[in-house]
Design a protein. Structure first.
Length: 170
């Protein structure tokens, strides 16, 4: 499952990876926009190296679930995350089979390139995409080139202030 926010023009970050525009979202009720409910049903998280490096910049480690970082170049994680983060590489289907053997089935896929890689292999069956009413004009796109159409059904749309949250199933 993918859970991510995009600008109106489909970008998840600026070209340099900056996501500070997400901090500008009006949130008078200090809501998490449903994130707590979503993450409570997740067994593990799979993210790419760039997303992992961005999360390392946060004030604190935000995940209780085990995090798997897809990377061919990263060799180790910070000492304080040894029991919380594992580096994986290789064929995505094989990685998923290995996680399923560990009884990690409900997975949250995060990061632009990682989501694109999973979509290319048709390995994402649900997406929750929150659209933020801002045009960035350029940046890192959520979606990339696909060899074939992937069809999803919109099962719910939720208006959260100025945000639009789309729930889709493949």
């Amino acid at each position: 499952m993918a859970y991510i926010a995009t600008s109106l023009d489909g970008y998840i970050a600026r070209t340099n990876g900056d996501i500070s525009w997400l901090d500008e979202i009006p949130n008078p009720e200090n809501s998490d926009f449903g994130y707590s409910e979503f993450i409570s049903n997740i067994d593990a998280i799979i993210m790419g190296r760039h997303t992992f490096e961005k999360v390392l910049e946060f004030d604190h480690w935000p995940y209780e679930q085990l995090v798997f970082v897809l990377s061919n170049t990263l060799k180790k994680v910070p000492e304080y995350l040894i029991d919380e983060v594992e580096i994986v590489s290789g064929d995505l289907k094989t990685i998923l089979e290995d996680l399923e053997k560990r009884e990690l089935k409900n997975l949250y896929v995060d990061g632009g390139k990682t989501i694109q890689s999973f979509l290319k292999e048709d390995l994402i069956d649900e997406m929750i995409i929150t659209t933020v009413p801002i045009l960035l004009g350029d940046g890192i796109p959520l979606f990339g080139h696909l060899e074939r159409d992937l069809k999803f059904k919109c099962v719910k749309v939720e208006l959260l202030g100025d945000l639009v949250k789309h729930y889709m199933k493949g």
